[in-house]
Design a binder for this molecule. Structure first.
Ligand SMILES: Cc1ncc(COP(=O)(O)O)c(C=O)c1O
Length: 418
């Protein structure tokens, strides 16, 4: 494994204190819900590579689509040239989403998809001659990415607003209106400040990186009413929740309301290649149309609409049509409910909660998430605790036996950890 040790002197890991970070596990290959390590061990994967690999790793249908596209044309610039997988994907995404979500802007990461959503919301108003509405209302516990624009609309701690004061744009971040008193406070906030706002942004139903915190569909309905009342753009960031994760294809379906913009990434390509999409309403798109170049959306990542990424995304959508992914998410929910229930009795466990194919064990405190991760790997499962939570977001195609192994390992490690 000399490549790990050699490279270790040069790589810089995400979200890691490099002074103390343990050497990562060297992966030789992946298949289904299994990670095969260089040292011969096989881990059951509980998080599907930050919940991207929704069909499991190396699904033959996606692999074939990817290989075919590589032969034909890996990439061609999107400015002025059209590639078939991207145009087909845009058509399919618009068909999959309700009206008026019909206009797709492709990017290459979730953070950038959110950046584009913010630019669309603000510029649509400027293009219509409305000035002074440049703020985005976001929520405590929210997470929308790591770029500077998105950090500014994350929870202030997550986004490190204090550390980066002066660098980050300032946007209001308020408590989620999850109950009557907080709804009243939210309504009052809007009454006083709506005239400076362009948009409201939320991760619908689940605040993922903020600790896998769930809220009721009614919260989304409240936001829809408020956005309509004050003429605000409602952005649902479904980068975590999209593609079956919460039990429905998109989380917003459970609330029966439609946003003005939705952002998608992660499972969009079934965990194969980086791709993201910002899908805007017809009305927002119309705000950019004029005889003048000055009202155009000035954004265009070099690799946007990458043909291989789009071919993989089309193949992933085929699988959602052909294979019973949503039924599998429902089955996983039942299995997680039963499998994680014993954790409720473990001292130090604060909460166990399940939504769709998301299982969360919240602890009072985790001393060292990396140590816990290693203890779980020693049980032959790949689970990556963070803050005070241990969570599972497995492939929707995972087997019952694999779920059992994941839940049993978590219970065993938490008991031994006490
Ligand atoms: C809800 C949400 N938005 C945005 C992002 C950022 O996506 P990316 O890491 O691809 O930039 C994430 C990533 O975890 C996310 O969960």
């Amino acid at each position: 494994m000399s490549w790990v040790e050699d490279g270790w002197r040069h790589v810089w890991l995400p979200y890691a204190q490099m002074a103390t970070a343990p050497l990562p596990l060297a992966v030789a290959r992946t298949e289904g819900s299994r990670i095969y390590l260089e040292d011969g061990r096989v881990l059951i994967d509980g998080i599907a590579s930050w919940w991207t690999a929704c069909h499991g790793y190396n699904h033959p249908h996606i692999r074939a689509a990817c290989a075919r596209q590589l032969e034909i044309m890996p990439h061609v610039m999107f400015g002025g040239l059209a590639n078939e997988p991207a145009y087909r994907l845009a058509t399919r995404l618009a068909a999959l989403l309700p009206d008026p979500l019909n206009r797709v802007f492709f990017t290459d990461s979730g953070s950038v998809a959110v950046e584009v959503a913010l630019k669309i919301a603000v510029q649509a108003r400027l293009n219509r001659g409305i000035t002074g509405r440049t703020k985005i209302l976001a929520f405590n516990g929210g997470y929308h990415g790591d770029t500077l624009g998105t950090m500014a609309i994350c929870d202030p701690e997550e986004g490190m607003h204090r550390l980066f004061r002066g660098l980050l744009p300032e946007h209001p971040v308020v408590p989620l209106p999850v109950d009557a008193p907080r709804q009243a406070a939210f309504d009052l906030y809007l009454e006083e400040h709506a005239s400076s706002l362009a948009a409201i942004i939320i991760e619908p139903l689940v605040q993922g990186a903020g600790g896998m915190v769930f809220h009721a569909p009614e919260v989304l309905r409240h936001l829809r009413r408020a956005a309509d009342h004050y003429g605000l753009t409602l952005i649902f960031d479904e980068i975590f929740t999209g593609f079956g994760r919460t039990g429905s294809m998109f989380a917003f379906e459970q609330a029966g309301v439609v946003p003005d913009i939705i952002t998608l990434s992660k499972a969009l390509t079934g965990g194969t290649l980086p791709l993201a999409a910002t899908i805007a309403s017809d009305d927002l798109f119309a705000a950019f149309l004029s005889p003048s170049a000055a009202t155009a959306l000035m954004h265009g990542p070099t690799y946007m609409a990458n043909a291989m990424g789009c071919a993989c995304a089309n193949a992933s959508l085929d699988l959602f049509e052909r294979e019973p992914r949503l039924a599998q998410a429902a089955t996983i929910a039942t299995q997680l409910e039963a499998g994680l229930a014993p954790c409720r009795a473990v001292p130090g466990v604060k909460d166990v909660r399940i939504m769709g194919a998301i299982g969360v064990v919240e602890l009072e405190h985790i001393e060292n998430p990396a140590t816990l991760r290693m203890a779980l790997a020693a049980q032959n499962v790949w689970v990556r605790p963070f803050r005070n939570i241990v969570y599972l977001t497995p492939a929707l195609s995972i087997s019952e036996a694999e779920i059992d192994q994941l839940c049993t390992a978590i219970f065993k490690v938490l008991v031994n950890n006490k």
